[in-house]
Design a protein around this ligand. Structure first.
Ligand code: GAP
Length: 445
């Protein structure tokens, strides 16, 4: 096995562009800082990550339901949630080079780390994006792009609880875009100003908060491992008291060992009854749960596993990256878990004659008709085509050769083991479908 390139992030960024995983946004205009577009392979990968999360958190569970709330919410939501006053980062500017830094990331607040120039006083900078609703651009029309999806869940707590007839402990899950005017975005898609979150608010009787916090911490760590992330590249990190968000009693991060160091993938927080109580007071409408059996009102505590779809996708990409072979034989392989692989199978006629393309086309059509995302590749040598599929992370290649025309069998080549075996051409959908299904078993709750 060859060693990985010294600048792994740059290699991954260029692979992402070349193979159509991720492109710089508005590239033809010079790009827009910290904004990225997912290409044909990237969009499949990210959709599979979100689907795997939704299956584990909603589809396969009886105690969690979904929600899709609007990005724009009443401005009073952000007053009550504390985001208007407290969702800030400390900021300093260099008076000489004009570079901007997060003050809490600097050791010396007097000197610019880039040019040595003088720094301004620390200012608080609110991270919420502001815009105007309707034609007037005055204070009465200000709305905010949500900085977290969670608030859409809190303000709908009773709507969902009553409509779905749920009793704590139960959860409400949501996947959607959030926006933060980050001072220092960077590291590719790791920290951006527009990103997608996968959040679940789990409402529990207050006396059960510690039990459920431990449960979700372990469950969420296990989810990344079950989808193939190497255990050595994952760890849990408890937040110190002075790091906690204004709403949290406790928080633990699932961290991944990115090439730029250990960094947060997801936070699991005990948000107590802070949000439900804040919105009850601010709106004048109680969000307390009413227990029909005991005839008591109660504000449940909230345990929140909050993940980022873009960060998770980046971690799955980095972790899957490998180089096989040495020198001229070295080639890139993305060892994606089959559930996450953008393309599940590639159908490859050995040559462009003797009826092989037609036979391969039929297999390809069958796979697509059965919702197995596949590709068809007719050009260049079979070795190069295998290499192209390894680089895209395709777990199975199906080759149609001379023997296929004689006895209606094909070769299946497995990406990770390079094992090859023959199956009946008519069994492709069944064999590949079974393999994907078996791999998907890990997504059960
Ligand atoms: N509702 C709680 C909350 O939003 P958070 O730790 O600020 O908590 C949750 O965000 C997750 O959202 C993070 O763990 C990360 O995966 C993702 N995330 C947050 N800010 C991000 C950013 N600027 N770019 C990409 N992902 C981000």
């Amino acid at each position: 096995m060859a060693s990985k390139p010294p600048d792994l992030m740059s290699t991954i960024v260029s692979l992402c562009k070349r193979r159509g995983f991720i492109f710089q946004s508005s590239e033809i205009y010079g790009g827009l800082s910290s904004c990225w577009d997912y290409g044909p392979l990237g969009v499949e990968l990210k959709r599979n990550v979100k689907e795997a999360w939704w299956k584990a958190m909603v589809t396969n569970r009886r105690d969690i339901v979904g929600l899709d709330a609007a990005i724009l919410m009443h401005p009073k939501v952000w007053e009550a949630s504390g985001h208007l006053a407290g969702f800030t980062d400390p900021l300093v500017d260099c008076k000489s080079c004009k570079e901007r830094f997060r003050a809490d990331h600097l050791t010396d607040l007097k000197k610019c780390p880039k040019c040595g120039g003088e720094l301004t006083e620390v200012r608080k900078f609110n991270l919420m994006f502001k815009t105007f609703m309707g034609p007037l651009e005055d204070n009465s029309a200000v709305v905010y792009m949500r900085p977290e999806t969670a608030q859409g869940i809190f303000v709908n707590f009773l709507n969902v609880q009553q409509a779905a007839r749920l009793k704590p402990p139960f959860g409400i899950a949501q996947i959607g875009k959030s926006f933060r005017n980050e001072i220092t975005p960077g590291n590719f898609t790791y920290r951006t100003r527009e990103f997608e979150q996968m959040e679940m608010e789990f409402f529990v009787p207050p006396e059960e908060d510690v039990k459920w916090y431990d449960y979700w911490r372990d469950k969420r760590l296990a989810w990344y491992k079950s989808l193939g992330i190497k255990p050595d590249n994952l760890r849990l990190r408890d937040h110190a008291k002075d790091e906690l968000a204004h709403y949290a009693k406790a928080c633990v991060d699932v961290e991944y060992k990115f090439p730029f160091g250990w960094s947060e993938l997801e936070g699991i927080a005990n948000r107590t009854d802070f949000d439900l109580k804040q919105h009850s007071t601010a709106s004048g409408k109680s969000l307390a749960f009413f227990d029909e059996e005991t005839k008591q009102h109660m504000f449940p505590f909230v345990i929140e596993p909050a993940a980022g779809a873009d960060r998770a996708t980046l971690a799955f990409l980095v972790d899957a990256y490998d180089v096989d072979g040495e020198g001229d034989n070295a080639r890139t392989v993305l060892h994606f878990h089959p559930s996450l692989a953008p393309i599940k199978a590639a159908v490859l006629p050995l040559v462009k004659r003797e009826g092989m393309p037609e036979k391969a086309e039929k297999i390809y059509r069958d796979l697509l008709d059965n919702s197995v995302r596949s590709s068809f590749d007719l050009n260049s040598s079979i070795g190069r085509r295998y290499a192209r599929q390894d680089e895209a992370g395709t777990p199975y290649c199906i080759t149609v050769d001379g023997q296929s025309i004689q006895d209606d069998t094909v070769t299946v080549r497995e990406r990770d083991s390079r094992e090859q075996y023959r199956i009946a051409a008519t069994q492709c959908v069944e064999v590949i479908g079974k393999k994907i299904k078996e791999a998907n078993l890990c997504l059960s709750a």
